[in-house]
Design a protein around this ligand. Structure first.
Ligand code: CO
Length: 216
């Protein structure tokens, strides 16, 4: 188990380094935050939003949960989106999944782990929606990869369907949703090409990405 004193010492050194580079850094951030993007990602310890995108404190507003799921009735996630869009006025909402996601694997295989099964039921819904696509892939590895991607694509659609995004677009606010996926094996992010800056565009890019006509 990591020695917690080491973490506090690391923090002290980090704060000193930041102050050495930019003496006003913390004073500026203490007064206001103006992040330009909201990141909705997986809780996985290997996918830290700021680090993999080279962002400093103050640059990205973050919400993470197991398997980066956006549920229409999740007050926590909806509140984050509303605050980010309405108050902070972020220009980009990025849903970022990752290959090798354990939550997605549990959903793919229908494993039972406990309470979390109920949360991952949402990913099982994605699996069931795209059962034909997944069934046509060559092996379980390919199905896992594709379900990681499909889960991001579905969650981007869910973001675009929130009242927050619909209202923002209706009043002409410039804010776009995007779907990215991160590869643990090489540390690279990939764009899943489902970016949208309106409800209509969100529906079109979803259809193009999954080849389904019926969902939206
Ligand atoms: Co994950």
């Amino acid at each position: 188990m990591a020695d917690l004193d080491d973490l506090l010492e690391n923090n002290r050194r980090w704060a000193e380094q930041m102050r050495a580079q930019d003496p006003q850094f913390f004073e500026r951030l203490a007064s206001i935050q103006m992040p330009h993007m909201l990141w909705i990602g997986c809780s996985d310890s290997r996918v830290p939003a700021n680090q993999i995108t080279g962002q400093q404190p103050g640059e990205v507003f973050v919400h993470r949960n197991v398997a980066n799921v956006v549920v229409h009735t999740d007050l926590n996630c909806l509140s984050v989106i509303q605050f980010a869009v309405d108050v902070l006025r972020v220009q980009h909402v990025i849903v970022c999944g990752h290959y090798g996601c354990g939550g997605v694997k549990v959903a793919l295989e229908g494993q039972r782990l406990g309470l979390i099964d109920n949360w991952l039921r949402h990913v099982e819904d994605v699996r069931d929606t795209h059962a034909a696509t997944l069934g046509g892939l060559k092996d379980d590895e390919a199905r896992w990869d594709r379900l990681c991607e499909l889960n991001v694509i579905e969650q981007v659609l869910h973001v675009s369907q929130t009242t927050v995004m619909r209202d923002a677009w209706a009043r002409g606010q410039e804010v776009a949703v995007h779907g990215w996926i991160y590869a643990l094996r090489d540390g690279r992010l990939r764009d899943l090409h489902v970016s949208a800056a309106s409800a209509g565009e969100a529906a079109r890019v979803y259809q193009a990405a999954v080849g389904l006509e019926a969902r939206v």
